[in-house]
Design a protein around this ligand. Structure first.
Ligand SMILES: [Fe+2]
Ligand SMILES: [Fe+2]
Length: 250
C-alpha cells in the first residue's frame, strides 16, 4: 500500500501521484515530467534559483570546453541543466525547503531514480535530458549514486552537470544554513573533489583557467559575438560579483 506520511511527525512528504512502497518512491499515475519540473522550480525560491544558476553555469562551462558549439546546442543543454533535479518533484516543496531528517534525506536521494521513472513513462524524452537528470550524482571514482558508475561509463553531459551542480549548491545560500562560499572558494572545493577523483578534472580545470577572466570581466569580450553565453554571463555576474564591463568596441 502506498504510504506518503512522514512517520516522525505525521506530515505529508510526497506530492499527489507519488507513493512510497517498500521504501521506494513510485509514480502511481502518469505524471507529465515537465509539469512536475515546473512545480518543483516554482515551489520554492531555493529550487528556482538552483535551477537558474545550473542552467546558466552549464551554458558557460559548455561554451568554455567546446568553443565551436552552436548557440542552439548551448541553449538546449542549458535548459536541460535547469531541470536536472526534476526528480525532486516527488517531494512536497515544504520538505525540500527545510533541513531534512534522515527519512526525508533518504527519499531525496532517490531523485535521480524518480527522474528515470518519470521520464521513462513519457514519450520523446531527449536522451541528454534523461542523462543529466538521472546521472548527475554519479562520481568519477564510482562513489556517486544511484548506480556507482565510474568515469568511463558516465556521459560527459552528466560529468559536467555534476561539477555545475555542486558549484551552484555550495555558492548559493540554502534556506536552512547561512554558510555560503564565494565562487572561487566553491571552485576550490570542487578542485579538491577532483583531486580525490570524484569530479571531472577537465571540466574543473577549464573553470579554474577561466576564473581570472570572470573576476576581471574580460570574459565578456571573449564571448562578444555569442548572445547566448553573454546572457548567461550577465545573469550570473551580479550573483557572483563579477564585473560586467561594456563590450569593447575595438
Ligand atoms: Fe540532484
Ligand atoms: Fe541540483
Amino acid at each position: 500500500m502506498a504510504e506518503q506520511i512522514n512517520p516522525i511527525d505525521n506530515s505529508p512528504i510526497l506530492r499527489p501521484g507519488f507513493g512510497l512502497i517498500d521504501g521506494k518512491i513510485r509514480v502511481l499515475s502518469p505524471i507529465n515530467p515537465y509539469r512536475a519540473a515546473r512545480e518543483l522550480l516554482g515551489g520554492s525560491e531555493y529550487s528556482s534559483r538552483h535551477g537558474l544558476l545550473a542552467e546558466h553555469l552549464f551554458i558557460l562551462v559548455a561554451a568554455l570546453i567546446f568553443p565551436d558549439i552552436p548557440e542552439s546546442e548551448l541553449a538546449r543543454l542549458g535548459s536541460y541543466a535547469g531541470l536536472h533535479d526534476l526528480g525532486k518533484s516527488a517531494l512536497l516543496p515544504i520538505v525540500i525547503k527545510r533541513d531534512l531528517n534522515p527519512l526525508e534525506r533518504g527519499l531525496l536521494h532517490q531523485h535521480p531514480e524518480v527522474a528515470a521513472k518519470l521520464l521513462s513513462g513519457w514519450p520523446n524524452v531527449p536522451p541528454d535530458l534523461f542523462t543529466m537528470t538521472t546521472l548527475h550524482h554519479e562520481r568519477q571514482n564510482g562513489e556517486g549514486y544511484p548506480k556507482g558508475l565510474k568515469a568511463g561509463d558516465i556521459p560527459w553531459q552528466a560529468s559536467m552537470m555534476a561539477v555545475v551542480d555542486v558549484l551552484v549548491t555550495v555558492t548559493a545560500p540554502r534556506p536552512w544554513e547561512n554558510k555560503v562560499l564565494t565562487f572561487s572558494d566553491g571552485l576550490g572545493t570542487i578542485d579538491e573533489e577532483a583531486s580525490r577523483g570524484r569530479q571531472h578534472g577537465q571540466t574543473v580545470a577549464i573553470l579554474i583557467k577561466a576564473l581570472p577572466s570572470l573576476q576581471d570581466g574580460s570574459i565578456v569580450d571573449r564571448f562578444a559575438d555569442n548572445p547566448t553565453v553573454l546572457r548567461s554571463l550577465y545573469t550570473l555576474a551580479p550573483i557572483y560579483n563579477w564585473p560586467t564591463p561594456p563590450l569593447s568596441t575595438t
